[in-house]
Write a protein that binds this ligand. Sequence first.
Ligand SMILES: *[C@@H]1O[C@H](CO)[C@@H](O)[C@H](O)[C@H]1NC(C)=O
Ligand SMILES: *[C@@H]1O[C@H](CO)[C@@H](O)[C@H](O)[C@H]1NC(C)=O
Ligand SMILES: *[C@@H]1O[C@H](CO)[C@@H](O)[C@H](O)[C@H]1NC(C)=O
Ligand SMILES: *[C@@H]1O[C@H](CO)[C@@H](O)[C@H](O)[C@H]1NC(C)=O
Ligand SMILES: *[C@@H]1O[C@H](CO)[C@@H](O)[C@H](O)[C@H]1NC(C)=O
Ligand SMILES: *[C@@H]1O[C@H](CO)[C@@H](O)[C@H](O)[C@H]1NC(C)=O
Ligand SMILES: *[C@@H]1O[C@H](CO)[C@@H](O)[C@H](O)[C@H]1NC(C)=O
Ligand SMILES: *[C@@H]1O[C@H](CO)[C@@H](O)[C@H](O)[C@H]1NC(C)=O
Ligand SMILES: *[C@@H]1O[C@H](CO)[C@@H](O)[C@H](O)[C@H]1NC(C)=O
Ligand SMILES: *[C@@H]1O[C@H](CO)[C@@H](O)[C@H](O)[C@H]1NC(C)=O
Length: 872
Amino acid sequence: MLYETSNMPLAVEMKMFRHFILILLLHVARLVYAQNDQSGFITIDCGIDKGADYTGSATGLNYVSDDGFIESGENYKVTLSTNGLASYQTTLRSFPENERNCYTLRPQQGKNNRYLMRARFLHGNYDSLGQNRQFDLYLGTDYWATINITDPWSEHTREIIHLTSSDDISVCLINTGHGNPFISGLELRLLDIDMYEGHSVSLFLVNRQYFGNKTVRYEDDMYDRIWYPLSMDTNYNTVINSDLVSAGQSDDEKVPLTVVSNAAIAISSTYNRVYKWSGDTADNLIIYIHIAEVEILKSNQTREFNIFLNGVYLFGPISPKTSLTTLTNKTPYTGSSSNRLQFNQTQNSNRPPIYNAIEIYTGKELLQNQTEETDAFAIRNTKSAYGLKRNWQGDPCFPQEFLWNGLNCSYRNPKAARIISLNLSSSGLSGEIVTALANLTMIESLDLSYNNLTGAVPQFLASLDNLKLLNLTGNNFARPLPAELLAKSKKGSLFLSIEVIGDQDKGYCLNGSCKNKKHTKVVIPVIVAIVVVFVLLIAFAIVWKYKWRKTKDLAIKDDVFKQRNQQYTYSEVQNITNNFTTVIGKGGFGTVFHGSIEGNQVAVKILSESSAQGYKEFQSEVKLLMDVRHKNITLLVGYCNDSNRKGIIYEYMANGNLGQHLFDGYSDILSWDRRLQIGCDAAEGLAYMHHGCRPPIVHRDVKSSNILLNEGFQAKLADFGLSRAFTAEDATHVSTIVAGTYGYIDPDSTNRLTVKSDVYSFGVVLLELITSRRAISKNINIIDWVKSTVAEGHVEHIIDPKLQGNFNRDTAWKLVELAIACVSYASIKRPTMNDVVLELKNCLQAEQTHHCIPDNESLPLNLESMSDPMPR
Ligand SMILES: *[C@@H]1O[C@H](CO)[C@@H](O)[C@H](O)[C@H]1NC(C)=O
Ligand SMILES: *[C@@H]1O[C@H](CO)[C@@H](O)[C@H](O)[C@H]1NC(C)=O
Ligand SMILES: *[C@@H]1O[C@H](CO)[C@@H](O)[C@H](O)[C@H]1NC(C)=O
Ligand SMILES: *[C@@H]1O[C@H](CO)[C@@H](O)[C@H](O)[C@H]1NC(C)=O
Ligand SMILES: *[C@@H]1O[C@H](CO)[C@@H](O)[C@H](O)[C@H]1NC(C)=O
Ligand SMILES: *[C@@H]1O[C@H](CO)[C@@H](O)[C@H](O)[C@H]1NC(C)=O
Ligand SMILES: *[C@@H]1O[C@H](CO)[C@@H](O)[C@H](O)[C@H]1NC(C)=O
Ligand SMILES: *[C@@H]1O[C@H](CO)[C@@H](O)[C@H](O)[C@H]1NC(C)=O
Ligand SMILES: *[C@@H]1O[C@H](CO)[C@@H](O)[C@H](O)[C@H]1NC(C)=O
Ligand SMILES: *[C@@H]1O[C@H](CO)[C@@H](O)[C@H](O)[C@H]1NC(C)=O
């Protein structure tokens, strides 16, 4: 018994091509489907000149250059004699540079269509780097094949039939370290959606053959499948080319009649046929067998056979009709290293089995992990709009090891990964911010800093709900900035970075934000709070001891004081304070007087003339308050910078400072609600300084007496003399001398002060609010006292007895927990002020609705969080 054909290798030898070209040239195309419609085709001749295109002389296919489909690689010509080569085989694109290089095809018919994709590789000694090379081929993010080149004369072809799930189809070549990848041709063909359907897998072509003496493709096959001739031998009579055959009921695969009209009939009437090919035991085989009767059988003749694969029954008994029957398996068969398809005659049959054409595929599921389409489209558009020269190829987010540089993605849904950050800092961008970015709806961080961007900052940036960080520094954007953007920044939901220009940006603390870090889920023991009050300014009397001349120089040089309209002369200050009649406070640096400007009450702090230190503080406070505006930070009304008299004018805070209300035996007891509100106010002010300002500002002297209360008991932070603004790099590790007030100083800050030091101090203030005890009283630290009292189980005992039990237990516990978290010894364990604000607001809300938010973790009190390790 002889085997017909087999093992048609994918590497089609050159002689076959010469043959094929020759035949085609001689052949007058017989148009079964008289159509010359290439609208579903993309036919790329890799490596020809940019913009070139031509019609293949043998095929009539319209070839285009690969320019526009890929951005990397170099064009080469094969060094073989080009006789007998198809035109596309004479050029190629080689990729010496990147690890991954991708073609991106965007067929106009879009996704959810079935396409045939074909990639071709003919080495042709194009470079001197040796013909042996091996590289991987990917379809999108899925492995497709390994191309192993050992013979420059053999063309390697890979073909796949694939239902796409995105509009962009990328074909990527991966350098696996065995020589530069290259490619000669790339073909995409739109198939009808009902062709090759019913498989959950994609079909990788092994063989596609028929009985004929020439290769068939477009235009005989309007889908440009390539049908290679099956070789025959003496066991076969003739190939019968029959006019009998018609497209049958099962015409789903649209096999051209050119192909199925042919069948070879064995000479002997008893002959079992075998079709063999080699494969792998891991293969999942999908087989299409196309059968149609080509003989007119006599009444006493019967053709009937069964079909077996590797000895296992597949189909039958089959008695072919003149209309086409296609046999196929929807569930893949397990392959073997050498596969045998047997056509065995049944006992009834007196004619040998026939078949007309055969297609063998292996099926494999492509996961098609990909970036969500709108995101991918947006980022590609952004790339092309700015003419970015980055190696951004293939899918933006997949595979993860090839994530586009500057991007980060959320992979929660691998079928639609989302872009969550984009960093185009210093990328030479110019022009306006492109609208494509509006489609990156999940983006959290966008860094466009240090480019040459101009025009208006677009409104849509404010509509990106997830955007938490926006860096626009170092560009030339027009003003004003969109109000919504500023509002978000002010509210704290966006961290906006841009240089402050002119008055219109003022009051928004642009270089930062008071973001609500809901996304960072720092687990804080819950709580509630309150806080504080405050007082007036501290003060001082004045007089600057330095020589007049020297002070004057200082004043002139200092750019802090350029804002003339807030500056007052000493005699104006005298006037405002009615010649310093009413003292409302006194402190280490000076005295605070009551005053009035146009009927509005103010507080005027006059620096004592005693120290240079005082002048420094004066400068830093004025500078800072001029830039910072927040409802919970005392408003700077003006200042006086006369040669030797310095003063600062603030809004008047009628109810003094929080310390006075807590400790000084005021008869008006601050209610629990009011304490919560005060705590919340003060926390918001601090959160704004920490997270809303760029660089962040560390107050460095948070304490009850620096929290002032206005006539409505709204709390505002005051006394910024020690405050420092730190550059971004310094924000977490600030080397500066520890300042502050005993009892409130961060123990974990050996001569470093950070925003977390303020959190610590604020925790102490919270404890004071809860207990009405001073930070240090009778030499006992309030933290130790609270912890030991709670540890003994007397939680109620720590609450200010003056409240006489008029407090909400739930919010009280939460407040205690929050305070304890704030005074964690390790600064890393402390919440941020944004977290604190969030907790306090929750508590406040719970308090106001007389209904505490259930929180199982907070009751009973979490003692673990209270036994913070002591200093090592
Ligand atoms: C590549 O092909 C050559 C020749 O067929 C073979 O010897 C070699 O093992 C192949 N390489 C790989 C990695 O399969
Ligand atoms: C190919 O087959 C056709 C009939 O199918 C025949 O007419 C033609 O002569 C054959 N050509 C060659 C080169 O064998
Ligand atoms: C079938 O019938 C034909 C005449 O129609 C005859 O020549 C032939 O021998 C018969 N063959 C068989 C197998 O009976
Ligand atoms: C098919 O026929 C061949 C040869 O005629 C035989 O060896 C084989 O066992 C048959 N297969 C089956 C499954 O009957
Ligand atoms: C695709 O996603 C699946 C999970 O759905 C994951 O297991 C696989 O590793 C991903 N593949 C790639 C190439 O990222
Ligand atoms: C991307 O984001 C994840 C999660 O936010 C983070 O762990 C990872 O480091 C980021 N990768 C890059 C390259 O920024
Ligand atoms: C963006 O990249 C630059 C340098 O490449 C880096 O300095 C900057 O921190 C990055 N931006 C963000 C938001 O991570
Ligand atoms: C945003 O995405 C939609 C839907 O994919 C698309 O129609 C639109 O053109 C995109 N907008 C921009 C500016 O790219
Ligand atoms: C920035 O853009 C302006 C206006 O388009 C142009 O004149 C200038 O040369 C650009 N600067 C750089 C560094 O590209
Ligand atoms: C832009 O600002 C953000 C937030 O301040 C920062 O993380 C990032 O590093 C900045 N980018 C550059 C290039 O400095």
